[in-house]
Design a protein around this ligand. Structure first.
Ligand SMILES: Cc1cc2nc3c(=O)[nH]c(=O)nc-3n(C[C@H](O)[C@H](O)[C@H](O)COP(=O)(O)O)c2cc1C
Length: 160
């Protein structure tokens, strides 16, 4: 096991797909965040649920994914772009851990809005971490592009 962790939340699996690609290319450990009560797979219902949670700053309890991060130095953090910000389960994860002296690398999938405020929001929550430039994709990521990004940010490919 190396010291790379890939943490993500994904409702419709685009972000999961990107997380899996990053895990393959880095040999990191993958960890899915699962909230106590997941969102509807009906898009319009999910929009209402998510809008309500984000407007209240609600951070759901995680039933999986919230184990210790002590063994990891580099943590990729992935989320869908939901109203320009992080999915609430990802905010739950950020609020529950101390990222001092860790390296955080954000990634997101979206429907055209890019990162929105996501990178800023992560930086605000994890002010003690070193944050590297993230990767965003509309829909499904191509593995060659993921590889280029990892190389561009100086991340050692297939780190052991
Ligand atoms: C509740 C909700 C809000 C969304 N808000 C945005 C947005 O503000 N900007 C954007 O580009 N895409 C938005 N999207 C589209 C998702 O970011 C996009 O479909 C993403 O790839 C979904 O990731 P997932 O498959 O991992 O759940 C939204 C989707 C949902 C369900």
């Amino acid at each position: 096991m190396n010291n790379v962790l890939i943490v993500y939340y994904s409702l419709f699996k685009n972000t999961e797909n990107l997380a899996l690609e990053i895990a393959i290319q880095t040999d990191g450990t993958i960890r899915e965040l699962i909230p106590e009560s997941d969102y509807s797979f009906d898009y319009n219902t999910a929009v209402k649920e998510v809008r309500n949670q984000i407007s209240r700053g609600f951070c759901p309890k995680l039933i999986s994914g919230n184990e210790s991060i002590d063994d990891y130095q580099t943590i990729f953090i992935g989320t869908p772009n939901w109203f320009k910000t992080l999915a609430p389960p990802v905010m739950s994860f950020l609020r529950l851990h101390d990222f001092s002296d860790k390296t955080i690398i954000p990634f997101c999938t979206h429907g055209g809005g890019g990162f929105g405020k996501i990178e800023n929001d992560i930086a605000k929550e994890c002010s003690n971490a070193r944050i590297l430039p993230g990767y965003d994709v509309n829909g499904i990521a191509a593995s060659a592009e993921v590889k280029n990004w990892l190389e561009r940010i100086g991340y050692e490919f297939k780190q052991k």
